[in-house]
Design a protein around this ligand. Structure first.
Ligand SMILES: Nc1ncnc2c1ncn2[C@@H]1O[C@H](COP(=O)(O)OP(=O)(O)OP(=O)(O)O)[C@@H](O)[C@H]1O
Ligand SMILES: [Mg+2]
Length: 248
C-alpha cells in the first residue's frame, strides 16, 4: 500500500511515521465490508485517511466511485480495547443526506450514489492519475475567477438549503476546473427552518463566518478579499424569509 499511486501525501507520511495504525488486517476487513455491502465490485485503494473516516477509490462494474467509510472503532489512547463509536455511523447517514440535498439543488458536490450503514458511495472526482487536488494544494491560473466560483458555489449550496459548516480550502476539490464541495457531515439544513428558525439561521451564520474566515486565509496568498461580512449577510438574509433575525 505505501507505494499506491492513489495514496495522498499525508497518508504516506502517517504510515511512515507510524502515526496511522494501518494494519493489513483492518484494510482487508473494510474492503470486505465494502464489497459485501454491494456499494462497489472492486476496491482499488485508499485515497485518504482522516480522523473519523477513510475514503477509498473503488469501482462498480468498471466505473470509478469513491466510498467514504466512517470508523466504528477508535483505538484508546490509554491502551486496551478499541472504543466503539456508534455515533460515526450516524455521521455517514447525515453526510449522505446533506450531499443528496445539495446535489438535488444543483450544487457542485459529488453525486451521492448509495449508503449502507457507516459507508456511502459517491462520484469519484479525479482522473486515472489520481484524485482531484484540494484547493489548498492548488495555485489557480486566475485566483480571482476561482474566488468567484467558490463564492457562487457557496451561494448555490445555500439555495439548495445547505450551509457547509466546515468550509475550508481542504474541503474543496478542484475537478474539471471547478470547485467541488465535500465533507458535508456537519452541514446545517436551512431550507425548512422548523420550530426554531432563529437558532438554525444563527447557527448557519456562525458556520459561514468561520468557513469564510478560513477561506480568506487561502485567498490571502493572492491578496484577494473574500468579502466575508457582506457575503454572510447576503446569504443569511436570503434564507431568512420571515425576517426572524430582525424581529429577535
Ligand atoms: N468524491 C471524492 N472523489 C475523490 N476524492 C475524494 C472524494 N471525497 C473525498 N475525497 C478525498 O478524501 C479526502 C477526505 O475526504 P473528507 O474531507 O470528506 O473526509 P474527512 O473525514 O474530513 O477527512 P479529513 O479528516 O482528512 O478531512 C479529501 O480531501 C479528498 O482527497
Ligand atoms: Mg475533510
Amino acid at each position: 500500500m505505501p507505494n499506491d499511486p492513489y495514496l495522498d501525501a499525508s497518508v504516506v507520511w502517517r504510515i511512515k511515521s507510524g502515526n496511522l495504525d494501518f494494519k493489513e488486517s483492518s484494510y482487508s476487513s473494510v474492503k470486505e465490508a465494502i464489497l459485501s455491502s454491494g456499494l462497489a465490485t472492486e476496491v482499488i485503494g485508499l485515497i485518504s485517511s482522516g480522523k473519523e473516516a477513510d475514503v477509498y477509490l473503488t469501482s462498480y462494474r468498471g466505473a470509478p466511485l469513491a466510498v467514504k467509510v466512517y470508523r466504528l472503532y477508535r483505538t484508546s489512547h490509554r491502551g486496551g480495547r478499541p472504543i466503539k463509536l456508534d455515533a460515526l455511523g450516524w455521521l455517514a447517514a447525515r453526510e449522505y443526506e446533506m450531499t443528496r440535498q445539495a446535489w438535488n439543488g444543483g450544487a457542485l458536490v459529488p453525486a451521492p450514489a448509495r449508503r449502507v450503514d457507516n459507508m456511502f458511495s459517491m462520484r469519484y472526482l479525479g482522473t486515472d492519475e489520481g484524485p482531484a487536488p484540494k484547493l489548498n494544494e492548488v495555485d489557480p491560473d486566475n485566483p480571482e475567477v476561482m474566488l468567484n466560483m467558490v463564492v457562487s458555489g457557496i451561494e448555490q449550496l445555500a439555495k439548495a438549503g445547505v450551509v457547509h459548516s466546515d468550509l475550508s480550502a481542504f474541503n474543496i476539490l478542484l475537478h474539471d476546473g471547478k470547485p467541488w464541495f465535500i465533507d458535508l457531515a456537519e452541514a446545517v439544513r436551512v431550507d425548512r427552518t422548523g420550530e426554531a428558525p432563529w437558532r438554525r439561521l444563527q447557527e448557519a451564520s456562525v458556520a459561514l463566518d468561520r468557513g469564510l474566515s478560513s477561506l480568506q486565509g487561502y485567498f490571502d496568498r493572492y491578496e484577494l478579499d473574500v468579502g466575508k461580512d457582506v457575503l454572510v449577510n447576503r446569504i443569511v438574509s436570503s434564507l431568512d424569509r420571515h425576517n426572524v433575525l430582525n424581529r429577535a
